[in-house]
Design a protein around this ligand. Structure first.
Ligand code: ATP
Ligand code: MG
Length: 422
């Protein structure tokens, strides 16, 4: 090749580098710890599926399916899509592997990349990560509340505060048709005032008009009928008992009767956790019930509920709160001379196999420059091993943060570090 070309990551896709990558790791580890305590087990579906899995579940007339999917034909001409969200894959997996034969409820969590061809902007990427969870086989409303309690613990464990929980219930197969009709009636003489998208939504998906951010549409829908006034008895009772359980948990929440979700499969309870610190893209977690989807995918009638949390938005909040998860080496071993080098690398290797993070100095560099590096990498303890130490069998330790020091035997470095770490 004669000319060199500068490569860049695709627009809307980002590299996650240290120190940020440590905040990601901390977020994932915290989720795993909390979700495990609630009985969730890990699941890892593939990141690509046949396209119609998503069009059917998410809905033909949603932004995701209409505009945002990464769809391509594979070499055999099959239409394949990079998953825009996780639920469809988990439900497919649940049905395909007959997981419904296991005792209910079944709880799963996942974490991984999702792909949506959106306009990249702050808080909106084309490859973004979600940590999500799904519960199958629990119709009772306290599962909805338990899920929010778990999310609250997860976010609290990350020390994220100032978050609001918004809930709504969008009804079910029984009562939603009548509500849709009420909406159509209401908007029928106001269509001219709606934005282009909502004019189209009026015919294909009127509920989504409630979600439109365009100022004109917000104004027009002020008096629109509320879904909560159109619930059937079962939905009303579910929503009531859900809220009673939230109160029992001591969870503060708002009912937002205008909230709908961008995916068609939701039924009854939906929720969002939002932050005032994130600007326009303020939802950190979103989820809800999807009691009909397992059946639509060919499984038995199985109520289900799930959520997805946006990793980048959580990490953004962690960054704003000044959180740091950057680890530093337990020890730095400076090496002076050939004999010390031979011995020193064995000592380091032994400590590493025992779980300590050990950095080695460059034996060809001066002691001064090795110490400068120890400082730069913020090692906790420094040991200098030279011919003198090999002869005497003793080595000085030095703690960089307070310059304290002392003498220990060369063979006692592990015990020393273990003692300090414990
Ligand atoms: P939004 O209203 O922000 O577009 P959505 O309704 O499309 O959200 P969901 O599909 O419910 O979002 O996804 C759940 C969470 O995943 C969101 O609350 C957000 O934290 C995150 N998320 C969704 N889309 C993106 C994206 N393009 N980039 C980064 N994070 C995203
Ligand atoms: Mg979206």
């Amino acid at each position: 090749m004669s000319s060199s070309r500068e490569y860049k990551a695709l627009k809307g896709m980002q590299d996650v580098l240290p120190p940020n990558s440590y905040l990601w790791k901390k977020t994932e580890e915290t989720a795993e710890e909390i979700f495990t305590a609630y009985g969730y087990r890990p699941i890892r579906p593939p990141i690509a599926e046949t396209t119609d899995l998503f069009t059917r579940s998410i809905g033909e007339n949603t932004d995701i399916v209409e505009k945002e999917m990464y769809t391509f034909n594979d070499k055999a001409g099959r239409s394949v899509t990079l998953r825009p969200e996780g639920t469809a894959s988990v439900v497919r997996s649940y049905v395909e592997h007959h997981l419904y034969t296991l005792p209910s409820p079944q709880k799963y969590y996942y974490s991984g990349p999702m792909f949506r061809y959106e306009r990249p902007q702050s808080g909106r990427l084309r490859q973004f990560y979600q940590i999500g969870a799904e519960v199958f086989g629990a119709a009772y409303p306290w599962m909805d509340a338990e899920m929010l309690s778990m999310l609250r613990h997860f976010l609290e464990r990350l020390h994220l505060s100032d978050l609001s929980i918004e809930v709504n219930s969008i009804g079910c197969k029984q009562c939603r048709p009548a509500y849709k009709t009420a909406l159509l009636d209401f908007f029928s003489d106001k269509r001219v005032q709606l934005c282009v998208d909502c004019k189209r939504r009026y015919t294909v998906n009127p509920l989504r008009i409630l979600d439109c951010k365009v100022a004109g549409c917000t104004a027009v829908r002020k008096e629109a009928p509320r879904v909560t006034d159109h619930h059937c008895c079962d939905c009303e009772s579910h929503f009531e008992r859900f809220q009673a359980t939230l109160r029992n948990f001591g969870i503060t929440y708002n009912v937002n009767p205008e909230m709908v979700r961008g995916l068609d499969y939701y039924t009854r309870t939906i929720f969002e956790i939002t932050s005032k610190d994130l600007g326009a893209q303020n939802a950190v977690v979103a989820g809800g019930r999807y009691d009909d989807l397992v059946k639509e995918f060919g499984g038995p009638d199985t109520p289900a509920i799930g959520f997805a949390a946006g990793m980048e938005r959580i990490v953004e909040l962690l960054n704003r709160s000044g959180a740091s998860a950057l680890p530093s080496p337990d020890a730095f071993i400076s090496l002076l001379g050939e004999q010390a080098c031979r011995k020193g690398i064995l000592i380091a290797d032994d400590l590493r196999t025992k779980g300590f993070w050990v950095e080695l100095g460059d034996p060809e560099a001066s002691l001064k420059s090795q110490m400068r590096r120890a400082d730069k990498v913020s090692a906790r303890y420094v040991f200098v091993i030279g011919d003198k130490e090999i002869d005497s069998g003793n080595v000085q330790w030095k703690k960089l943060s307070d310059a304290s020091q002392g003498l220990i035997s060369l063979s006692g470095i592990y015990d020393f570090l273990a003692d300090k770490a414990g």
